[in-house]
Ligand binder design. Structure first.
Ligand code: CDP
Length: 271
């Protein structure tokens, strides 16, 4: 375990961040779809050193029954951190923070899903943080949204998410752990890219009105970039590569299909 110390500065005299990024630069992101054998849908994300796996089961029968909703499926999100995911061993019992983040993630994903197509059922989204290095709620949303698509849950869009923050007075996207801990603010957000509707917006710390507006704009740009990565990850999982494969589909065909499945809003925007 490496002892953590506060860095002397979060923004260097050259205007770069502790890990060398520019203020508007995301950490390296790797998304994979279909990483679990048993789940109906799954995805993993590595965002910098943050590493998360999401598995989706359902729609399926809901237990306990008193949670049943007659007009739509219940989206049950469980966000958990592995005991070894943080420098201090995390206690295995669900913490208040994990319960709150589970709810926040469900609320961020829900507006993109057609849950009314499955009244009385449940869609379970299990999220496991394997390694936490800042920005886990947003990385979790990026992965969970892909896992839901992989499970075939009808949706109008994927949901990308990113945290914008303030370090040494400079607005920066995709906070790393040190920026999260020692920075002056954190604005995690999630959007539906085609319409720029915001499905998650939280704020820690102090931002002037102008800073907050600029932070939201930076977040929207980063989310749109993450959305492209999400679509690429789905393509990789579904476009069969072999020339002999009957299901072989080229990239353009796949894009058309994806738009039909996911993007009424995307199509409207294209018209
Ligand atoms: O992860 P996120 O930024 O969405 O949530 P947070 O509650 O603002 O936590 C910030 C970071 O603190 C996490 O990503 C972890 O890296 C770290 N953390 C930790 O070290 N130990 C915990 N028990 C909880 C969080």
């Amino acid at each position: 375990m490496s002892p953590e110390t506060k860095p002397d500065f979060l923004i260097s005299p050259e205007g770069l961040r502790v890990d060398g990024r520019r203020p508007d630069e995301l950490r390296p992101v790797e998304l994979k779809v279909g990483v679990l054998k048993q789940a109906d849908g799954s995805a993993s994300i590595r965002q910098g050193k943050t590493y998360i796996i999401a598995g989706v089961y359902g729609p399926r029968e809901l237990h306990p029954r008193h949670l049943t909703m007659n007009d739509r499926a219940y989206l049950r999100v469980v966000y958990r951190m592995a005991t070894f995911s943080v420098p201090d061993r995390k206690r295995p019992a669900p913490s208040r923070r994990e319960k709150e983040i589970s709810m926040v993630i469900a609320n961020a994903l829900m507006p993109a899903l057609f849950l009314e197509e499955f009244p009385r059922a449940v869609v379970d989204v299990f999220i496991q943080v394997i390694q936490a290095d800042g920005g886990t709620r947003c990385a979790a949303i990026n992965a969970a949204s892909l896992a839901l698509a992989d499970a075939g849950i009808p949706m109008r869009s994927l949901v990308p998410a990113v945290a914008v923050g303030k370090a040494d007075g400079v607005l920066v996207v995709d906070l790393g752990d040190e920026e999260d801990k020692y920075g002056q603010g954190d604005v995690p957000m999630a959007i539906i890219p085609a319409t720029e509707e915001i499905t998650l917006l939280q704020q820690d710390g102090f931002f002037s009105r102008e800073e907050l507006m600029e932070a939201i704009q930076m977040g929207i740009s980063s989310c749109k970039y993450l959305h492209e990565l999400q679509k690429d990850a789905l393509k990789k999982a579904y476009v069969k590569k072999g020339p002999d494969d009957e299901d072989d589909m080229d990239d353009d065909e796949f894009d058309d299909d994806l738009e039909t499945d996911l993007g009424e809003a995307d199509i409207m925007e294209d018209e």
